[in-house]
Design a protein around this ligand. Sequence first.
Ligand code: C5P
Length: 242
Amino acid sequence: MNESPTAPRVIVALDVEDSGRALELVSLTSPAIGLYKIGSRLFTYEGPSIVREIAKLGASVFLDLKFHDIPATVEGSVRAATALGVAMMTVHASGGVDMMRSAAEAASEESERLGIERPLVVGVTVLTSLSMEDLSRTFGSKGAVRDVVLHLASQARESGLDGVVASVEETRLIKDAVGVDFKVVTPGIRPSGADAGDQKRVATPRAAREAGSDFLVVGRPIIGASDPLKAAEGILRELKEA
Ligand code: C5P
């Protein structure tokens, strides 16, 4: 059963090291895909110019730098990302309510000041690489990962963030606990029959849509394909048919 009348959007993760390959992937796939994720690796190699270059090709950027610092510093970073014209960005929900509030307010104020569309600010709850044992060792937390994710998601909402990044497994729980209009961005997507790579918990595009995901982040199944456009179109088809 579909949660939303429209299919979720697909975001291609540009997990490459140089702007040449990144821009080639955007040119190849942009007939089907309009949104691209830039992480800390590509951004550290190429800097903000890669965001401007992608915009020149008519596509939008999800800047996944996972800001996590004192509120004033994150506020400045969110202002800078907003001025750069990104459509979405991430901050760590574990940075605290004041930090998330500063981030949400900075996105609103800066976009209003510049007369541009306000970017979505989404929170990273618990990294999927962390187990319950890791959480306990790092934070002394006794709760199950799922409970920590739900707690951070509800704090993110209270702080004015637009959504969170989470696995497909957690998406339904988050929507039920925090609200259906709170955006959930899901990585770990693999079309039926594709290689999981190092992802431990994967889901098909259909399962992601059925769980209520708003944005699907897809990396290797598209950027590692011999024909990235065909791979992207296959995923879009699977989503439409779901
Ligand atoms: O290649 P693949 O489809 O596994 O890429 C998924 C993308 O989503 C990568 O950029 C990865 O860093 C990111 N991601 C993830 N799991 C998270 C958060 C982000 O796989 N929990």
